[in-house]
Design a protein around this ligand. Sequence first.
Ligand SMILES: Cc1cc2nc3c(=O)[nH]c(=O)nc-3n(C[C@H](O)[C@H](O)[C@H](O)COP(=O)(O)OP(=O)(O)OC[C@H]3O[C@@H](n4cnc5c(N)ncnc54)[C@H](O)[C@@H]3O)c2cc1C
Length: 472
Amino acid sequence: MTTSNFDVIVIGSGLAGMTAANILGRTGYRVLLLEQHYQLGGLAATFRRSDGIIFDISLHGFPVGMIKSCRRYWNPAISDRIVQLPKIKFDNPQFQLETTFDRDDFTRILIEKFGIAHETVTAFFDKARSMSHYDDQSLTANELFNEFFPNRLDVVRLLMEPITYANGSTLNDPALTYGIVFSNFMSKGVYTFQGGTDLLINMMTKELQKNNVIIQKNSPVRKIHVENGKVTGVTIRKKNNEEQHFHTKTVLSNANLKGTIFNMIGREFFSRPFIEQAESVRLNNSSTQVYIAMKRGFIIDENQCGDLLFTSTAPVFDSAKLLDKNITSRTFSFYYPKTRPNTDRCYVVSSTNALFDDWNNLPKQEYNKRKTDLINQTIERLKKYIPELIQNIEYVEAATPKTFERYTEHLNGASFGTKYEGLAVSRNLSNEINGLFHAGSVGIIMSGWLGAVNYGVIAANNVDAFLTKGKL
Ligand SMILES: Cc1cc2nc3c(=O)[nH]c(=O)nc-3n(C[C@H](O)[C@H](O)[C@H](O)COP(=O)(O)OP(=O)(O)OC[C@H]3O[C@@H](n4cnc5c(N)ncnc54)[C@H](O)[C@@H]3O)c2cc1C
């Protein structure tokens, strides 16, 4: 079955895809948003269980820049719900501390607790803040830290561990990818969306509808058609094998970058150098999570746990160890009734970076056992902060890299798309195929909620320029 023409088809309703669709719809283009899942949002997702239990998957914290981006590219009702998470805690063998996670407080902590000279701290922050996409990429994060804090593994841990959790970056990645993300957070701390991810996605969906974006869920795109180097349309194939074709000259894919190139289009449609470059792009790591709903009325001690708690039992920070299946590090997100007003239930979500291969191809029994172990070990660790935990748990469940792969179709369940080199490939797509664009987690900068929204904006502007040129 073939359906009508669209100015642009957006594949995938992650925050980048939704934002791009919204801007293009608002500009007056005829936009179709196709999502393979039964709900919108991509990794900005929630899932429900009985008795009103609802878990947020990736609402743990984002930089203040989300307020401006949401006001400009969504609406003030959305941006007005963004509030600060004031209590960020660390507990590891090297230090325990609480911070508001902004430049002033980090400066105080680095001077008072870690004994670093004021000038060094200022010089480090200034250098991190001055970094841009156009900088030299040969300097690694490790070299950056060595320049300012030689032999200070404790300082490296404080500065790096939260960013590694947030986007999978390592000490060997280019320093600028660290500096840009770190500075984004340091400008004013860590923020959340009051009301939960489900409310955000509902509000965004209403805005998309207001801007006449046509939304179609349960619609996995299996082919982007290309003729003579130009996009001509897409085909979706539903679970019952029913196919639907749509004509368009412009596709903006929010799906995994490598999945878009190799699975939806095919290498034969690209130049050889481009395919070689795309092949060398590394996927980012995946995650495991444990979701814990407390019994109604049991309120977690906010002073004890804070909003976000970075815990580790590893003696020093080690990027590889953060991915190890023998988990030593966990980030706990605590959700109090203030996060979801009108509820008397608290939640804890534990997140850990993980490798897809450690969970792929396991026999079912072994996979289930590993999940149970993951839950039990997480509860054991959490008891340190909530002594009355066991008797107050209502419900618990775990997700693995296989879960992320299944619900987002990200290759290898990648949590943050690709490593940094994916950005150049993503941005070059339109030079290879006329009318083909990509927005979504690539590299460290363009991932996370803010990175995804902002990349959606950039991609929408590129699509607009392309469509406007076509009309001239
Ligand atoms: C465990 C975890 C915790 C996180 N915590 C945070 C956090 O605290 N703060 C933060 O800022 N970020 C966090 N992130 C990262 C953040 O959620 C993502 O970077 C961001 O949401 C990605 O948005 P995106 O637009 O790139 O697309 P995605 O969210 O990846 O969405 C892509 C969409 O495309 C759809 N799709 C894929 N293939 C097809 C197809 N063939 N046809 C149709 N649709 C398709 C998918 O179903 C999905 O809806 C976290 C991620 C994970 C996994």
